[in-house]
Design a protein around this ligand. Structure first.
Ligand code: TRP
Ligand code: SF4
Length: 325
C-alpha cells in the first residue's frame, strides 16, 4: 500500500444509490482501497446545502452505507464514517472560510449554476461555502488524492487554491489534493442523459429486479433502426453502451451482429434485462447481509473514532500554525 498517498472521498446522502453510482464511483473506490489508505464518508452536512427536508436523512445515510458495503467497500481496508460525527470538519471549515476570498466561492460554476436555477431565498450562505467545506473534508485528513466526477473538478481547483493560500499565510500544513478521474466509462441514464434522480432515469441498486428489467425493455435504441432488417448503429445506442459496460467481453460480438442486422433490438434488450435483473438479485443478496442496524452502527462508530483522532491531530497543527493558544 502506498503510504504517502491518501485518498479521501464522499457521497451526499440525498437518495438511494443507483447503477450510475456503482459504475461511476463505487467500482473505483474498490480498486483504490486495495492500493491506498482510503477515507470514505457520508457528507451529510453537504446534503443540507440545497435541501432542508431531513425527513429521510437517517434512512438515506444507512442505506448508502449498506450499498457501499454490499459493493465491497471494506471497513478493514478503508475508514468509513459520517461527516457530522466529526465536528472538526466544521471547525476547519470556519477557519478555511477566512482564507477563502469571497470571489473564489462566487466564481464556482456549481454555485453560479444554482444561483441561476433556484429561488434566491433558497440560496444559503452554506451553499456558497460548499467547496470550502469540501476542502476541509479533504485536508482534515491530509488527503492527497480525491476520486471525483468531472462535475467536481472546479471544487477541487478551489481546494488547491485555498490550501496554497493557507500554507503560504501560516505554515505548510496541508498537501495540495489532486483529483483522480474515474477510469470506468460512465453508465448513462435510461434516456441517455446522465443518470440522476432529478431526471427520473435511474435503476436503483435497491429496486425490485423485475421492475428494473421492465425499465430496460422501455429503453430507446438506435432511432434510425425502424425494421429488424435495418442495420443498427451500436455507437448511438444506449442499450449497447450498457452492454459494453456490463459485459465488455460479449459486446464486440453484439456490436458486430448489430452492424450487420444480425440481432433484433428486442432480443438485445431482453438480454440486457436478464443481465441487470441478475446483477440486482445478486447485489441485493449481498445487501441483505448488511441490513443489521447494529452492524452498521458498529462500523460507523469504529470509523468515526479513527477519523476523530486523525482530525484532532491535524487541528492541533492548524491551530499552532495560526498561533491560537
Ligand atoms: N461534493 C461531492 C459530491 O457531491 C461530495 C463530497 C463532499 C466530497 N465532500 C467531499 C467528495 C470530499 C470528495 C471529497 O459528489
Ligand atoms: Fe442497440 Fe442492440 Fe438494437 Fe443494436 S441491436 S440498435 S445495440 S438495441
Amino acid at each position: 500500500m502506498s503510504k504517502n498517498r491518501r485518498v479521501v472521498s464522499a457521497m451526499r446522502p440525498t437518495g438511494c444509490l443507483h447503477l450510475g453510482h456503482y459504475y461511476g464511483v463505487l467500482l473505483d473506490w474498490l480498486k483504490l482501497q486495495e492500493e491506498f489508505d482510503c477515507w470514505f464518508f457520508v457528507a451529510d452536512w453537504h446534503a443540507l446545502t440545497d435541501n432542508l427536508d431531513t425527513t429521510n436523512l437517517e434512512h438515506y445515510v444507512d442505506e448508502m452505507v449498506i450499498d457501499w458495503l454490499a459493493s465491497g467497500v471494506d471497513p478493514d481496508k478503508a475508514v468509513i464514517f459520517v461527516q457530522s460525527a466529526v465536528p472538526s470538519h466544521a471547525e476547519l471549515h470556519l477557519l478555511l472560510s477566512m482564507v477563502t476570498p469571497l470571489a473564489w466561492a462566487e466564481r464556482c460554476p456549481t454555485f453560479k449554476d444554482k444561483v441561476n436555477n433556484i429561488k434566491k431565498e433558497n440560496i444559503s450562505y452554506g451553499l456558497l461555502g460548499y467547496p470550502v467545506l469540501q476542502t476541509s473534508d479533504i485536508v482534515l485528513y491530509k488527503g492527497t488524492d480525491v476520486p471525483v466526477g468531472e462535475d467536481q473538478l472546479p471544487h477541487l481547483e478551489i481546494s488547491r487554491e485555498v490550501v496554497r493560500r493557507f500554507n503560504f499565510l501560516f505554515a505548510p500544513v496541508f498537501p495540495e489534493p489532486k483529483p483522480i478521474l474515474s477510469s470506468i466509462p460512465r453508465l448513462l441514464g435510461l434516456d441517455g442523459r446522465k443518470m440522476s434522480k432529478s431526471y427520473d432515469n435511474c435503476i436503483y441498486l435497491s429496486e425490485a429486479p423485475r421492475e428494473a428489467r421492465k425499465k430496460v425493455m422501455g429503453m430507446f435504441t438506435d432511432p434510425k433502426r425502424l425494421y429488424r432488417k435495418d442495420k443498427g448503429r451500436p455507437h448511438v445506442c444506449n442499450v449497447f453502451s450498457y452492454h459494453s459496460i456490463f459485459e465488455p467481453v460479449n459486446s464486440k460480438e453484439i456490436e458486430k451482429q448489430c452492424l450487420e442486422a444480425g440481432r433484433g433490438c428486442k432480443d438485445c434488450k431482453n438480454e440486457l434485462g436478464d443481465i441487470i435483473q441478475k446483477f440486482l438479485t445478486e447485489f441485493q443478496k449481498k445487501r441483505d447481509g448488511f441490513k443489521d442496524k447494529s452492524l452498521i452502527r458498529d462500523i460507523l462508530k469504529k470509523g468515526t473514532e479513527k477519523a476523530r483522532i486523525e482530525a484532532e491531530h491535524t487541528m492541533r497543527e492548524v491551530k499552532k500554525a495560526i498561533r491560537f493558544i
